[in-house]
Design a protein around this ligand. Structure first.
Ligand SMILES: *[C@@H]1O[C@H](CO)[C@@H](O)[C@H](O)[C@H]1NC(C)=O
Ligand SMILES: *[C@@H]1O[C@H](CO)[C@@H](O)[C@H](O)[C@H]1NC(C)=O
Ligand SMILES: *[C@@H]1O[C@H](CO)[C@@H](O)[C@H](O)[C@H]1NC(C)=O
Length: 229
C-alpha cells in the first residue's frame, strides 16, 4: 500500500518536472526565435484604415499584409469568415496568418456579445477598425473603453471580461505558443454549440496556414543551400 503511493508520488513528480521542463523550453524558444512581425507594426498599419467601412478596410489591409510578408499570408481564395464561439461570446474570424508562434486575423461581430476573454499563453493585441469594446480587467471595478483606432492589450496570463458592441471589427495579432490557445478557441464549439462544421473549418484553415509556413521555410532552406554551395 505504502509502496504504491510512493510509486504514484514518484511518477507524478516525474510528470510535473517533465511538464515544467517542456514549458521552460517552449518559452525559451519563443523568446529567442525570429518573428514575422510584432504588435506595433500591425497596429500602425491598421490605424491607417480605421474608420473606413470594415469590408473596404479589411481588403486594403490584406493587400498591404501580402506585400509586407510575401508567402506568409493566405491567398484570397482561402480567406473565409468562420463563426467563433468561446468564453460565452460569439464572433466571426478570418485567418490571414498562423504558425506555431504567431497569428494575424480579422475578427468582429455584427451583434453585441460579451463573455470571458480567455487566459492565454500568448500576448494578444486588437486594433479596432470600427465599433467599441469594453474590457473589464481582473480585480478592477471599472471597465476600460476602446473605440475605433484604439489598440486593446491582452497580455499573456491575464483574463478579462469583454463586451463588444454590434458592428465592432478589428485586426488581431497574437504571439505565444499558439496551439495552446486552441483549447479555449474550440471549447464552446465542441461542448456547447456542437457545430462540428465550424470546428472543421477552423481546423482546416489552421492546417492550410501551417502548410503555407512549412512551404515558406522549405523555400528559405532551398535559397540557403543554393547560396552556400
Ligand atoms: C494584466 O494583469 C496585471 C496583473 O494582474 C495587471 O496589473 C494589468 O493591468 C493587466 N493588464 C491588462 C491589459 O489586463
Ligand atoms: C509577452 O510579453 C511580455 C512582456 O513584453 C514578455 O515578457 C513575454 O515573454 C511575452 N510572451 C510571449 C509568449 O511572447
Ligand atoms: C511555396 O512557396 C513558393 C515560394 O514562396 C511559391 O512559389 C509556391 O507557390 C508555394 N507553394 C504552395 C503550394 O503554396
Amino acid at each position: 500500500m505504502l509502496c504504491c503511493s510512493v510509486g504514484c508520488l514518484h511518477s507524478t513528480v516525474k510528470w510535473v518536472l517533465l511538464l515544467c521542463f517542456l514549458t521552460f523550453c517552449i518559452q525559451y524558444w519563443l523568446n529567442k526565435k525570429e518573428h514575422l512581425t510584432n504588435g506595433d507594426e500591425i497596429a500602425v498599419l491598421v490605424r491607417k484604415y480605421a474608420g473606413l467601412k470594415p469590408k473596404v478596410a479589411f481588403e486594403k489591409i490584406a493587400t498591404v499584409l501580402r506585400r509586407m510578408y510575401p508567402g506568409h499570408i493566405l491567398p484570397d481564395e482561402d480567406m473565409q469568415w468562420i463563426f467563433m464561439n468561446a468564453g460565452g461570446w460569439m464572433g466571426s474570424m478570418c485567418i490571414l496568418h498562423a504558425s506555431l508562434t504567431e497569428y494575424i486575423l480579422f475578427f468582429g461581430t455584427a451583434v453585441e456579445t460579451s463573455g470571458h476573454s480567455g487566459r492565454y499563453w500568448a500576448n494578444i493585441s486588437d486594433t479596432l477598425i470600427s465599433g467599441s469594446v469594453r474590457q473589464w480587467r481582473e480585480g478592477e471595478l471599472e471597465a476600460h473603453v476602446y473605440n475605433t483606432g484604439d489598440t486593446i492589450p491582452h497580455p499573456m496570463g491575464n483574463a478579462t471580461a469583454v463586451y463588444f458592441e454590434a458592428d465592432t471589427w478589428m485586426v488581431e495579432y497574437g504571439r505565444g505558443f499558439i496551439p495552446s490557445t486552441l483549447t479555449f478557441a474550440l471549447a464552446d464549439t465542441f461542448f456547447s454549440t456542437t457545430d462540428f462544421v465550424t470546428l472543421f473549418y477552423i481546423l482546416r484553415i489552421y492546417a492550410k496556414a501551417m502548410f503555407l509556413e512549412v512551404n515558406a521555410s522549405l523555400e528559405d532552406w532551398k535559397e540557403y543551400i543554393k547560396d552556400n554551395l
